[in-house]
Design a protein around this ligand. Sequence first.
Ligand SMILES: C[S@@+](CC[C@H](N)C(=O)[O-])C[C@H]1O[C@@H](n2cnc3c(N)ncnc32)[C@H](O)[C@@H]1O
Length: 404
Amino acid sequence: MTSPAPLHGPHLRERFAALDDFLCAHQDVWRPVPFTERDLPWERQHSELATWLRGRTLADADAIHNHPETLQAPAPYPQLAARATELSHLGELPATRSEPVANAFTVDVPGRKWQQIDAFASRLSFRQAPDHWLDWCSGKGHLGRRLAHDGTPLTCIELDPQLVVAGQQLSQRLGLCATHREQDALATDAFRHLTAAHTAVALHACGDLHVRLLELASCAGCRQLAVAPCCYNRIQTPDYQPLSQAARASALQLSRADLRLPLSETVTAGTRVRRQRDQSMARRLAFDLLQRELRGEDRYLPVPSLPASWLAKPFVDYCRDLCTLKALPEPPTQDWRALETEGWQRLAAVRNLELPRSLFRRPLELWLLLDRALYLEEQGYQVRLGSFCPTHLTPRNALLLAER
Ligand SMILES: C[S@@+](CC[C@H](N)C(=O)[O-])C[C@H]1O[C@@H](n2cnc3c(N)ncnc32)[C@H](O)[C@@H]1O
């Protein structure tokens, strides 16, 4: 199961079943969100771990955030970490010889995006050479152009008319045989752009958008597909709609909130941005204590995202204004400094209590990816699932390759 090869054939189904068991068995650990719940159900059962985590600082939590599996914590943490690591293993897709392209192709592309595109393009080893690339939710179509640099025809599908125009100009300037089409990928007429001759690619098309491609491409009989999914929570339904028979038969029901878990790694932000994010969260957690008291209800109350200028307000004004915004009674005079400090203490606890949950980020993502892989198998494709680049280039580094 831990072979370094990409997942394919029966391994897809085997890994899915193992992940499904693991996720179902530990729902009490990964489902509750420490930010919104003051006490987590698993804390009673694993009190030594809970006490140990609650005793750690914010800096302790931040230091381990991106590698929670390496934390030396009381049971059952090490056991969960070991199993999560084993089940999360995803081999690299083999790199193929990809011809370098002229610098003109990289015009207008941010450096890291180009590295992702180059890595994605280098992993597309199909038995048959593609005849026509289809770049789905293409933005300006940088990926499509990278692939179609040799003159293979290219169609780009994109919703934003400005990106369509900009993309068409870039393609024309390079003399490529490319058509950029303005199209809502979710509209009922989106199918008309797909034919069996297409090799469809999608780099980081969100939730429903890439799922739609899997459905339409299967229906049109597209010969090959290469999809790197992202933002699993961007779906129109309140709950996740499983695609494959295996996922449909699973006891696992996923809400949109659950689907956020795989995306909850914080990207490497600068010190100032991190400090601002921490301050905002500490204030929200402090306000949460206040609102529970004012409402006489021990339940989280969602607060909309606020402009950064709110952080410049004195804490007392922040609380008062937020009470007005949420139509709560005027808060009584109190020790505001003590409340603000409590917010920071809660933030430290929240970040540490998130660590057991974060062990399930990759297993849940892999479960979702395998649902897509198994669906494509059911549609008659041979599927490989592996990584196309290291996680520091993008945490959404998994690529599904399918061919008929
Ligand atoms: C995360 S970007 C990825 C763009 C490109 N594939 C890349 O990797 O640079 C997602 C793209 O999907 C487009 N998009 C969003 N909703 C869409 C829809 N309903 N139909 C088609 N494209 C859509 C956005 O405008 C955006 O260009």
